[in-house]
Design a protein around this ligand. Sequence first.
Ligand SMILES: NC(=O)c1ccc[n+]([C@@H]2O[C@H](COP(=O)([O-])OP(=O)(O)OC[C@H]3O[C@@H](n4cnc5c(N)ncnc54)[C@H](OP(=O)(O)O)[C@@H]3O)[C@@H](O)[C@H]2O)c1
Length: 283
Amino acid sequence: MTDVLPTLAVTGATGVVGGRVAGLLADAGVPQRLLVRHPDHAPNLPGASVVTISSYGDGESAERALRGVKTLFMVSATESTDRVDQHRAFVDAAVRADVGHIVYTSFISAAPDAVFTFARDHYATEEHIKASPLGWTFLRDNFYLDFMPGFVGDDGVIRGPAADGRCAMVARADVARTAAAILREPDEHHGKTYDITGPEALTMTEVAEILSSAEGRHITFHNETIEEAYESRRSYPAADWEYDAWVSTYTAIAAGQMSQVSGDVEAVTGQPPMSLAEYLAQR
Ligand SMILES: NC(=O)c1ccc[n+]([C@@H]2O[C@H](COP(=O)([O-])OP(=O)(O)OC[C@H]3O[C@@H](n4cnc5c(N)ncnc54)[C@H](OP(=O)(O)O)[C@@H]3O)[C@@H](O)[C@H]2O)c1
């Protein structure tokens, strides 16, 4: 049965990035296999076959779903303590299923000692993929600029220890456009790592100013100390690794690890990525 399924597989299609990628591929008439945990939530797209997996961590179901796949778009899993193990299990399943090429959504400045703690998961995943026989392409996404309005507290203040660091945040729509372009011509992108950023690197003070103009209210940035940042976030019940991730979102910006502006989105797609102001205007 699997031999009649499309040889391009897309994960995360019930989410934003994977859903947009699937939609763009369908618009372009590309047949695809959507690997999803919840088929009831999968988009209904022409040329798309829905195949259910239980999760990345279930290697057996993943291997079955991946048989006959040549190119695989892997959206990184929702953050958890075992995310890297789940990623490794899914990559190993892809190897057993004889997948040819994996396109993985990684993170900017991925490194074992990255300031943003989740970027360390992405480094570990990249290394696991590189050590496998799979061909690969990595999309190292900056922070999603779609989330900037959500950084604003009820009192109109963005709080975090970002100091005057800059962040080249990128719209998920541009991540998806880039991924879809790569998936249509994967051989051209074999062994490449792309930095997926927006067109400019903004301080959080500038983000607050842009949000103020777009939303017609006064939004400011308060540069918390690291101690203040942990304290303010502890009012939300969460695990220590989540507090570390939330605070390091800002300390990574302060450390300059999010500031590099790349031309990779335009180079791959022929169209520049949108700025925060452009994103807010078209919402
Ligand atoms: N760069 C950034 O600022 C940033 C911010 C947040 C997240 N991220 C990362 O970027 C990814 C894509 O972002 P998004 O906005 O598209 O997220 P999203 O809307 O939450 O979608 C995530 C997709 O991945 C699937 N998924 C998650 N964990 C999985 C697992 N363990 N096994 C199989 N499928 C799994 C989800 O399936 P279900 O529908 O079944 O849950 C969903 O389809 C996220 O998953 C996260 O790793 C990046």
